[in-house]
Design a protein around this ligand. Structure first.
Ligand code: ZN
Length: 226
């Protein structure tokens, strides 16, 4: 099947990172699709917000129901009985880690992309702020890109616009794309399911808010110098 170089598929959760990637993709590709996975996240609101934002951005929204991934083990994102690690434990992964999640998401995304003639796959993983998750690393994504091309005899290109950005730089990217307010107010990153600036104390909020604070103070400093 011929893959269209102008089409992109964004692996989309409705959080800060993948939403920034959605607007990045809209800038670089003429036809953008999104794929969202429902896998027993604690907060169904996450899927609703993703759907709303995709509608607002005027892109196709495809929801994949994948409860299997939430049934394989206990982690705090999918199992209500597991309380979330507020801080990363020494020498191991925080229990927000869902093993193989990006491997699974990107593999399914590639099948969808192939069926829809989409050459470009965009994911918001970042090695800079990767919280120790091995499937957010650049080497993993490059390796998987080769594997997917071999598996499906296609020439997909996986794009990772955030790979080397920290959270402050991700906010700066949203600002440069003209969507800072949308990303700040209409996305959900918080592990406790509170949109926008979130609960303020879970690991996702801590990272997101510290990045925002750093970005805003840098922006103020630059604005005042001009
Ligand atoms: Zn939070």
């Amino acid at each position: 099947m011929e893959l269209d170089i102008n089409k992109a598929l964004v692996v989309f959760s409705g959080g800060q990172d993948s939403s920034t990637c959605l607007f990045w993709a809209l800038k670089h590709f003429s036809k953008v699709h999104t794929i969202t996975f429902s896998y027993g996240q604690r907060h169904a609101l996450e899927v609703d917000m993703a759907r709303r934002l995709a509608e607002k951005a005027g892109v196709d929204f495809h929801l994949v129901d994948a409860p299997l991934i939430g049934t394989l083990g206990a982690n705090s994102l999918t199992a209500p009985s597991v309380s979330m690690d507020e801080e990363k434990p020494e020498g191991t992964f925080p229990n927000t880690f869902v093993p193989g999640r990006n491997l699974f998401f990107l593999s399914i995304a590639a099948v969808y992309a192939r069926e829809h003639g989409i050459k470009n796959i965009v994911t918001g993983v970042s090695q800079t702020d990767f919280s120790g998750y091995p499937d957010c690393r650049d080497s993993f994504v490059r390796s998987l890109n080769v594997t997917l091309n071999l598996a499906m005899d296609g020439q997909f290109v996986i794009h990772t616009p955030l790979m080397w950005l920290d959270k402050a730089q991700t906010w700066a990217l949203a600002d440069s794309l003209g969507v800072l307010d949308i990303i700040r107010n209409e996305t959900l990153t918080c592990y406790n399911g509170i949109p926008g600036d979130g609960c303020g104390h879970c690991p996702a909020c801590t990272l997101r808010n510290a990045g925002l604070k750093k970005f805003l103070s840098e922006k103020n400093r630059l604005d005042n110098n001009i």
